[in-house]
Design a protein around this ligand. Structure first.
Ligand code: AMP
Length: 116
């Protein structure tokens, strides 16, 4: 686990403003500042995990919580039936720019496959 500071930790501490969508003891969810779809929410663990690469069996509950939160928000925000996509970019080649694990929740338009 990393203790390094980064943008998303500052957002969770309220040092950088964010449009919060959901929060509980394990996760924080907020609107992406540069939305790639009409709905674009980032769901992050409060635990200091840099990326999927850091996950061990001990992190199974919090990793699952990211998906459970995505499914809950999809129902609450009304796009569970129309469809949505969950993306976790990991590492430079996948386009990860913030070194704190985050799940992108995208909805509200036809999403192309394969992604760019
Ligand atoms: P990734 O490229 O997978 O690391 O995703 C990082 C995401 O963070 C991008 O979609 C950015 O638009 C988003 N982002 C960067 N800064 C902020 C911010 N201050 N508030 C909300 N989202 C941000």
């Amino acid at each position: 686990m990393s203790q390094n500071d980064n943008l998303f930790k500052k957002i969770m501490r309220g040092e950088i403003p964010s449009a919060k969508v959901y929060e509980d003891d394990d996760v924080y969810a907020f609107k992406d500042i540069a939305p790639a779809a009409p709905t674009h929410i980032l769901i992050i663990p409060k635990a200091p995990l840099d990326s999927l690469n850091e996950l061990t069996d001990n992190d199974a509950a919090v990793a699952g919580k990211l998906l459970v939160t995505a499914a809950k928000l999809a129902k609450e925000l009304g796009f569970a039936d129309t469809g949505y996509r969950c993306v976790i970019n990991t590492g430079a080649q996948a386009g990860q720019t913030v070194p704190h694990l985050h799940l992108h929740l995208l909805a509200g338009r036809d999403l192309q496959w394969p992604p760019g």
